[in-house]
Design a protein around this ligand. Structure first.
Ligand code: TPP
Ligand code: MG
Length: 545
């Protein structure tokens, strides 16, 4: 590429043109695993000082891009080679689809001019990824690359957000063209219908026992301040899930976490904001309570629940609209007090669990010790079964946008990819991955990528020697289990040491605190391998996962 921008045009190969468009949208890094089909993108990045982070399995590249997209609320980019590179990224794309994350995957593609002749890695990716992306297309000419990226990113960034996919045939990415300098298009803002919004506000105001449940789109839509305003103006207790966690700090008088059952069984109006009415919320069945569903786009309305009101549009506007409700309002203070009492009772029970001095260690104690060392703004990543369910119960994020769970697709293996994206987003914060020993098998090799590229994170493995979230339910269902055992007390810390990090194994509760201190001071990827009690099963109503 002639590095100078002459007037309003740029000239270069497909990689240069793609990168210019990506920069215009605020993309500042790419995640990849090497493949010749996408060399021009590396060439463009290398010559212009655009950071490239490479991994050991393409799914980690997509998960890293997704973590960036989730945390920074802008596009995350993974560049995958043709064929197996792209198919290895499909679980990551699907997770991003379920999470509404604006991820762009650019794939290489076998040459178009001899399509059908049997080129290396020749497969049409588009029909494979179309069902799990908002936009999927093949770019047919070099000059069309910036426009195609603009179209893909507009789809990804327009609520309801989600991933997009483009592939570039070999001759398209390697050829050169001169094109107008790319610019980012503004994302359209959808105003919620005022009547529907007024109906929602009246329902909340007239309720005796209202509850708000705020999910990931509240953070993704930058609506956290508006959520607080709405909750404070209407005096409504707030529960959260996904990236919504931490939207109200735990000490906020309207922030609740542990009294969920009391809240959902006692509420007369449940306001669900920015999250689907899926299995995590009992499919939106809250008994006699009326459901108000605030969604960021009309297609996010639930087809299986008859909501009393469901305004669709920008969540900042919708929540500000609730906050501005001018009519009369019921007194919610007795209800808030009732839930506060339930919250305190649950907290007292948790306090005993968090300090339990047992041998083997129970997962609750791991979190009891972690709570002492995690900073308020630490980013936590959950990748596993029961061990991560306990993290959800015992860790309370204080800052919004610090909690990375896999979301409703429930894909194991996000760990090291999410950790990489989090470390790059927040170079100076603690990044702590909470991992089951089973989950570790999916991505632990990418500790090599983290260590080599000087990206330290702390990994805490709850090592129960089993696929716990499967073993316990299978035993309950059949009286036996198969395919649910792992090697007991395996030294995952030694794996990490061999890959350029460090770590240690902890078997006694009093070993946890000093191990965590060493881990956060290490400056390299550090794995604390905690041998936990395999008899410990997370109590849940439905165990199918
Ligand atoms: C990619 C993928 N494969 C399989 C599953 C099914 N699954 C859900 S939880 C779980 C067990 C996880 O075990 P581990 O990570 O050791 O955590 P534990 O439950 O033992 O704490 C499995 C296999 C899944 N969710 N994702
Ligand atoms: Mg396990």
């Amino acid at each position: 590429m002639s590095d100078t921008i002459e007037g309003q045009t740029i000239e270069g190969h497909g990689g240069d043109l793609a990168l210019a468009a990506l920069r215009a949208y605020g993309v500042t890094e790419l995640f990849t695993l090497s493949g010749g089909h996408v060399f021009p993108l590396y060439d463009a990045a290398h010559r212009s000082g655009f950071p490239i982070y490479d991994v050991r399995h393409e799914q980690s590249a997509v998960f890293a891009a997704e973590a960036v997209a989730k945390l920074r609320r802008r596009p995350g980019l993974a560049v995958l080679t043709a064929g197996p590179g792209v198919t290895n990224g499909v679980s990551g794309l699907t997770s991003a689809f379920f999470n509404g994350s604006p991820v762009l995957v650019i794939g290489g593609r076998a040459p178009a001019f001899r399509w059908g002749s049997g080129s290396l890695q020749e497969i049409d990716h588009v029909p494979l990824v179309a069902p799990v992306t908002k936009h999927a297309a093949t770019v047919v000419d070099t000059a069309g690359i910036p426009g195609a990226i603009g179209t893909a990113l507009a789809a990804a960034l327009t609520p309801h957000r989600g991933p997009a996919f483009l592939d570039l045939p070999l001759e398209v990415i390697f050829s050169t063209a001169e094109v107008p300098a790319p610019e980012a298009a503004p994302v359209p803002v959808l105003e919620p219908d005022p009547d529907e919004l007024a109906r929602a506000a009246s329902l909340v105001a007239a309720a005796q026992r209202p509850v708000i449940i705020a999910g990931s789109d509240v953070y993704a839509g930058d609506a956290v301040p508006a959520l607080r305003e709405a909750a404070e103006a209407l005096r409504v207790p707030v529960f959260t899930n996904g990236m919504g966690r931490g939207a109200l700090p735990p000490e906020h008088p309207l922030a609740f976490a542990k009294a969920r059952r009391a809240a959902l069984s006692g509420a007369d109006v449940v306001v669900v904001v920015g999250t689907p009415l899926d299995f995590r919320l009992g499919f939106g069945d809250f008994g006699a309570a009326q459901v108000v569903h605030l969604v960021d786009a009309p297609q996010q309305r639930a087809g299986h629940v008859a909501a009393a009101a469901s305004p669709a549009g920008d969540l900042r506007l919708a929540l500000s609209g609730l906050a501005d409700h001018a009519g009369p309002r019921e007194d919610h203070e007795p209800w808030i007090e009732q839930l506060r009492a339930a919250e305190r009772a649950a907290a007292a029970k948790h306090a005993d669990e968090l300090t339990a001095d047992t041998d083997p260690i129970r997962p609750a104690r791991v979190y009891g010790e972690l709570r002492r060392v995690l900073d308020r703004d630490a980013v936590t990543v959950g990748d596993g079964g029961d061990f991560v369910s306990y993290a959800g119960r015992y860790l309370e994020p204080s800052v919004p946008g610090t909690w990375l769970d896999p979301g409703p697709y429930g894909c194991l293996g996000t760990g090291m990819g999410y950790a990489m994206g989090a470390r790059l987003t927040y170079p100076d914060r603690q990044v702590c991955v909470l991992m089951g020993d089973g989950a570790a098998g999916f991505s632990l090799m990418d500790v090599e990528s983290l260590a080599r590229q000087k990206l330290p994170v702390v990994i805490v493995v709850g090592n129960n020697g089993i696929w716990g979230l499967e073993k316990h339910p299978m035993r309950a269902m059949y009286g036996y289990d198969v395919a649910a055992d792992l090697q007991p007390a395996l030294r995952y810390d030694e794996v990490v040491s061999a890959l350029g990090g460090a770590g240690e194994t902890v078997t006694r509760p009093d070993g946890l605190a000093p191990a965590f201190k060493r881990a956060f001071d290490a400056g390299v990827p550090y794995l604390v391998n905690v041998i936990t009690d395999p008899a410990d099963a997370y109590p849940r109503s439905s165990n199918l996962a």
